[in-house]
Ligand binder design. Structure first.
Ligand SMILES: [Zn+2]
Length: 75
């Protein structure tokens, strides 16, 4: 599996994260990513690919539809 750190693990769109740039001013430094949202990141992408802002906002606003949309059912 190819890991692209610029692609959001959920919606597969560009996350516009700049955390890889030194002294960056990325939005992800200023926003609190809910801990329970991080739990849903597939293991192989944890700490590798950033979640995009849209997904963080959607999760905060409507957790249920976020999960229905993006989280594969765990058996
Ligand atoms: Zn996203």
């Amino acid at each position: 599996m190819n890991i692209n750190p610029k692609i959001c693990p959920f919606c597969k769109k560009e996350n516009k994260c700049e955390a890889h740039i030194p002294n960056n001013n990325c939005w992800c430094n200023h926003i609190k990513v809910p801990v329970d949202l991080r739990e849903y990141i597939p293991d192989e992408l944890k700490m590798k690919a950033c979640i995009c802002q849209d997904c963080v906002e959607l999760f905060k606003k409507d957790k249920k539809s976020f999960i229905e949309k993006y989280v594969p059912i765990k058996i």
